[in-house]
Design a protein around this ligand. Structure first.
Ligand code: UD1
Length: 413
């Protein structure tokens, strides 16, 4: 998609089945490079980041197919150790091939990764932990030359980095002895990776807690169903809160969205839940108090922009503090162009509800920022044009079709 055109002011309604999780499927695909075998992954989303990851794996010699939500991978053949820098540069999660290739080959030449620009995104936690486990790492010409399988031992992460935890879990698959990760990330996507690796024969305990343990074990192919995407779910809920109406989401785990649901309830939405579905009925919006992003189970940074966009109209004030990334307010100028009242200072953004928003021509800056602009446009009077809408293709399958299916007046070029 290049540009999305939205005519705002129409309430949303209907039912959507939530897609499989982007942030779960990408590490699991990287993991298939670590283990020789055949894999079948169900409930995969049709998103650009998945296509890019498949291109990276194919470049290394894996065979992959994708059809109707099913990705199959055959990683039994010989494998290269140097991923192609072109696809790797488009994707932050390409750095997970470091752990996967070290486990399988004992060497990896990793191009520096891409992904959304959200401020500095260093790799020091990944690299320090791998070095602690005995891996040699030498930066050279925008690549990391890494040699040696991990020796086993204990690493203590100074911050529960999701990517570093995943990289270490993958590297530990080829380790000479047990690996303990203290201070590990606890996100549901970490638990999904652990569940996939367990299906492959890995002996992993503690996933979802700050202390993970991986004991070397013989590994093989597996079948796995990808977790529902809590960030896609948050996006649709915020869209309905902003535009008004009643929306039901199925195929998700509301428990994994707790802080987002609490914020939306505080802001005036009525939400009813079952174990695997949700219905949101929008009400007149007021503020949601203070929303502080942080590692799971805190409010997810990936839902900060979309919740902000949902709360632009109405009577209240909401204070956002973004503690995970240093540059994750890039959507705010576009929201202001639609009439939002937002003041920023450092990692804080204060939203004061306004009585109306106006459609505007804006340019998307990153994946969730683009979703935020769509949400604001749904709540605005008149037409909005959102350029660089391709950001949405990275993480949302059939975005426009799904938006239209719940009543939005939207099309794209
Ligand atoms: C992060 C989010 C994850 C989200 C993903 C996609 C958190 C904790 N992580 O995961 O929920 O799904 O983005 O948007 O919410 N950092 C370092 N050194 C490192 C690694 C990370 O300083 O070696 C810093 C990062 O710059 C960032 C923070 O730690 O400020 C979180 O990074 P990390 O969890 O690794 O990011 P992702 O894995 O991309």
């Amino acid at each position: 998609m290049d540009t999305i055109y939205i005519t705002g002011g129409r309430p949303l309604g209907g039912t959507l089945a939530v897609q499989g999780s982007k942030n779960a499927v990408l590490p699991i695909l990287a993991a298939t490079a670590a283990i020789p075998g055949r894999f079948a992954l169900r409930n995969c989303p049709a998103i650009r980041d998945l296509d890019v990851t498949r291109a990276l794996l194919e470049g290394l010699g894996l065979k992959t197919r994708f059809s109707q939500g099913l990705v199959t991978v055959d990683s039994r053949g010989p494998l290269g150790s140097a991923p192609d820098p072109a696809p790797a540069g488009k994707l932050r999660s390409s750095v997970l091939l470091l752990g996967a290739l070290l486990a399988r080959l004992g060497e990896a030449d990793i191009p520096l990764p891409g992904g959304c620009v959200l401020g500095t995104r260093p790799l020091d936690i990944h690299l320090t932990a791998l070095k602690t486990l005995g891996v040699q790492i030498c930066p050279e010409n925008c690549r990391l030359l890494c040699r040696g399988r991990p020796a086993g031992g204990t690493v203590i992460l100074p911050y529960p980095s999701v990517g570093a935890t995943e990289n270490l879990m993958l590297a530990a698959l080829g380790s000479a002895g047990p690996v303990r990760i203290i201070g590990a990330a606890r996100e549901p996507e970490i638990r999904d990776l652990a569940a996939f690796l367990a299906a492959c024969g890995a002996r992993i305990t503690g996933a979802g807690t700050p202390c993970l343990r991986i004991v070397p074990a013989p590994l093989h192919g597996a079948v796995h169903r990808i977790l529902p995407d809590r960030m896609e779910a948050a996006t649709w809920l915020c869209a309905a809160a902003a535009a008004g109406g009643t929306l039901t989401l199925t195929d998700l785990y509301p428990d994994q969205l707790r802080p987002v649901l609490e914020a939306l309830r505080l802001a005036g939405c009525e939400i009813t839940e079952t174990d695997t579905s949700l219905t949101l009925q929008a009400g007149p919006l007021r503020g949601a108090g203070t929303v502080v992003t942080g590692p799971y189970p805190a409010f997810p940074t990936d839902a900060q922009a979309t919740l902000m966009a949902a709360l632009l109209r109405g009577s209240g004030v909401t204070l956002f503090q973004e503690t995970v990334f240093s540059d994750r307010f890039r959507h705010i100028p576009a929201l202001r162009a639609m009439g939002a009242r937002i003041e920023t200072a450092g990692d804080l953004a204060r939203v004061r509800g306004v009585s109306a928003l106006q459609g505007a021509e804006v340019t998307a800056t990153d994946l969730r920022g683009a979703a935020a602009m769509v949400i604001a446009a749904l709540a605005a009077d008149g037409e909005s044009k959102i350029h660089d809408a391709w950001h949405l293709d990275r993480g949302y399958s059939d975005f426009i079709q799904r938006l239209r299916s719940i009543g939005a007046e939207a099309h794209s070029t």
